[in-house]
Every structure is written in structure tokens, then in C-alpha cells.
Design a protein around this ligand. Structure first.
Ligand code: ACO
Length: 355
């Protein structure tokens, strides 16, 4: 199969404040040991209040443009994958266009949650292959802190600004969401893409799927137009602004569907799983990545994980990992790289790329 689009450069930024597990254990009933053992996470970065997803997106975009050696004004299309836009509407794409001072090029938001990056790559590839875009900026950006149910006092403790004891009633409330709040972090990763001048390099194919039957295993039961008004005081008091997550269902789907998608995309491209030089799984939980690795029978040297340092940053995890692997030389020209993810929707999929 001939490749037509490729990644020219990448970059990422995180939230400003490093939050180790111990800080999470001060505001809810959890521990560093539990978080490490069940998820592999050691720390995450959170944004300061006032930083929006578009700010992280612009920070990552500037780094990707530098890395690609492309000027911002050369970009002719923006695609942003996020489930946490600055505002309910418009999306982050228009904010990025304005903040980068670009001309009135098209800007598109997609919302495929944890599989936002693999889905967005297909959109970007199609736009480039059809000649609609020549230099496309694709960003995965996420701020999870807005979902978190902490009080102002709780945030001061989490962000390291205070060592005050949190009242037990508040800790009890926060602990209702402990399986969720410990997993996520704030960050953005970006890539600059365009046509591949070398037909042996670039995106080789996709295997994408959706199953909407289990929506309620991972969703936000508020802030939507199935409700009137779409958000209310009652919703807030009931904690319905915080996602509902049946962790075990998500876990089982991830370790089943992600390996299936990798096999499928390899078969479509006429290669085998054995040919993959590096698998970059969406970073949801280290145990999920290990399960996927085991199912695919890949050695440690051919799977990359960094969730220990960032937590789950949804659409940003894969471009961050890709950037780190390029910078450290773990991905070299000619390597076969596979990206795979699964997230709310449920959406899942894999992409193959020849670097
Ligand atoms: N600290 C301490 N104890 C906890 C915590 C915590 N943070 N969270 C849950 N527990 C407790 C539970 O209450 C339970 O206690 P019990 O036995 O007394 O009832 C016990 O730990 C075990 O709970 P489980 O939910 O069975 O734990 P599990 O090993 O499944 O780990 C986890 C939970 C980490 C959430 C895991 O299921 C997981 O990672 N699932 C996948 C989640 C995921 O990938 N989400 C990403 C998609 S997000 C997106 O698309 C936007």
C-alpha cells in the first residue's frame, strides 16, 4: 500500500503544576501504593485555573511547528481532538486559529475521547490525500481538572499551595470519585502533517470501530441537551459533572479490542504484528498496556509507555509518546510504528505508520 501523508514534526506541553500521588491522597481516600499498583501512575500535571485547553493546544502546536521547520502561516488546516473544550461551543480549533494569528483557514474539532488521536489521524490523512490540506496542524489536547469535584481548599492542597487538613466530609465526597480522579492529567500533543514526498514513508492504514451500546460505562451524565436545562444546580450537587466510569468494563474492552485492532490494521497493510518496531498504546492504565502487549506477544523493547509521568491525558497521550520516542531515537526513519487506543463512546482503533 502506498503512503501519502506523514508526520513532519511533533511537540507537547503539560499543565504547569506537577502533582505526585501523595497530593491526591490528601484530598481523597487513596494512596501512592494503590495508584501505582493499579494504574502505574506516579504523578501527573495539572493546569492552573485560567489555563484553557486552547492554551495547551497552542503551546504544543508551536513546538510541533518548530520541530517540523514549518511556519505557522504555512498551515492550511487545523484539526483538534478534545473532549474538554474551553467552552461548550465553539470548539478549540477556532481558538487555536485566532491565538496562532493564522488566516481564515478551516478548523475542525473532533471528539473521540481516548481514541481522538487515532481517529484524527484518519481525518488528517484523508484531507491530505484528497489535496484539501497541504500542511495540516493536528492537536490532541485535554484538561481534566475541570471535571474534578474538589473545593477551593481541596485544590490548594492538590496544587501544593496548602498543607491544610481536608474536613472528613469533603474527603468522603471526593472519595466517591477516587477511581477516576487519580487517573487523569492535563496536557496537549501536536503534530504537523503533510504529503509524503517519499512513497515508502507515512500513514499506511487504519482499523477504526465504534460500539455505542455501552455508552453509560463511560460518560458524563450532565452538561448535555438530553437535559433541560443542560446543566443545573441539582446536577452539580449530585456530582453529575464528573464522568461516570465502570473501570472494569473499560479495562476488559481495552485489553480485548486494542489487540484486535492491531491485528486488523496489520492484515490490511499486508504486514504482521511481528513487523511492528514500536507499539504506542493510548496511555489509560499501565495494566491495560501490559495486557495489550501480552495479547500481541510483543517484547518490552517494542512497546512504549509513559503514563507513569503524565497519567491519562486522553487525546494527548499518543502524540506525547510519539514525540518522546522521536527525541530519544526510539523511533528511527523506516520503523514501522503502530498507534492504538480505546475510549468513551466506545470508539477504538489502530493506525500503522512507516516513519
Ligand atoms: N484508591 C484506593 N482504592 C480505590 C481507588 C483509589 N483511587 N479506586 C477504587 N478503589 C477501590 C475500590 O473502591 C474497590 O474497593 P472494594 O474492593 O472495597 O470495593 C477496590 O479499590 C478495587 O476496585 P476496582 O474498581 O475493582 O479496581 P481495579 O483494579 O479495576 O482498578 C481502575 C480500577 C484503575 C479504574 C481500573 O479498572 C481501570 O484503569 N480501568 C480502565 C479505566 C480507563 O481506562 N479509563 C480511561 C478511559 S477514559 C476516556 O475515554 C475519556
Amino acid at each position: 500500500m502506498q503512503a501519502f501523508s506523514r508526520i513532519y514534526g511533533s511537540g507537547f506541553v503539560t499543565g504547569e503544576v506537577l502533582v505526585p500521588n501523595e497530593r491526591m491522597a490528601r484530598v481523597c481516600d487513596t494512596s501512592d501504593e494503590w495508584i501505582r499498583e493499579r494504574s502505574g501512575i506516579e504523578q501527573r500535571y495539572f493546569v492552573n485555573e485560567g489555563t484553557g485547553t486552547s492554551d495547551l493546544a497552542v503551546g504544543a502546536a508551536k513546538k510541533a511547528l518548530d520541530d517540523a521547520g514549518v511556519k505557522a502561516e504555512e498551515i492550511d488546516y487545523i484539526v483538534v481532538a478534545t473532549m474538554t473544550p474551553d467552552y461548550y461551543f465553539p470548539g478549540v480549533g477556532s481558538l487555536v486559529q485566532a491565538k496562532l494569528g493564522l488566516s481564515n483557514i478551516p478548523a475542525l474539532d473532533i471528539r473521540q475521547q481516548c481514541s481522538g488521536f487515532v481517529y484524527g489521524l484518519q481525518v488528517a490523512d484523508a484531507l491530505i490525500r484528497s489535496g484539501q490540506a497541504k500542511k495540516l496542524l493536528f492537536i490532541g489536547a485535554e484538561i481534566h481538572t475541570g471535571f474534578m469535584p474538589f473545593s477551593k481548599q481541596g485544590w490548594d492542597v492538590v496544587m501544593g499551595r496548602s498543607d491544610a487538613e481536608i474536613p472528613q466530609a469533603e474527603k468522603d465526597w471526593n472519595s466517591k470519585f477516587r477511581h477516576l480522579v487519580v487517573l487523569f492529567g492535563d496536557a496537549a500533543g501536536a503534530v504537523v502533517m503533510g504529503p509524503s514526498e517519499d512513497p515508502s514513508r507515512g500513514l499506511l492504514g487504519f482499523a477504526l470501530h465504534t460500539d455505542g451500546k455501552n455508552v453509560e460505562a463511560l460518560y458524563v451524565p450532565s452538561a448535555g441537551f438530553a437535559y433541560r436545562p443542560y446543566f443545573s444546580d441539582e446536577h452539580f450537587k449530585e456530582g453529575r459533572g464528573v464522568p461516570v466510569m465502570d473501570g472494569r468494563t473499560v479495562f476488559k474492552m481495552a485489553v480485548t479490542k486494542m489487540p484486535e485492532a492491531v491485528h486488523e490494521v496489520c492484515a490490511k497493510a499486508g504486514v504482521t504484528v511481528d513487523d511492528i518496531n514500536l507499539l504506542i498504546p493510548h496511555q489509560a492504565n499501565l495494566r491495560i498496556s501490559e495486557g495489550v502487549q501480552k495479547a500481541l506477544k510483543l517484547p518490552d523493547s517494542r512497546v512504549y509507555n509513559n503514563i507513569q509521568r503524565y497519567g491519562n491525558t486522553t487525546a494527548a497521550t499518543i502524540p506525547i509518546a510519539y514525540n518522546e520516542c522521536k527525541a530519544s531515537g526510539r523511533i528511527k526513519k523506516g520503523d514501522l510504528v503502530c498507534f492504538v487506543g480505546l475510549g468513551a463512546g466506545f470508539h477504538w482503533g489502530a493506525t500503522l505508520m512507516r516513519e
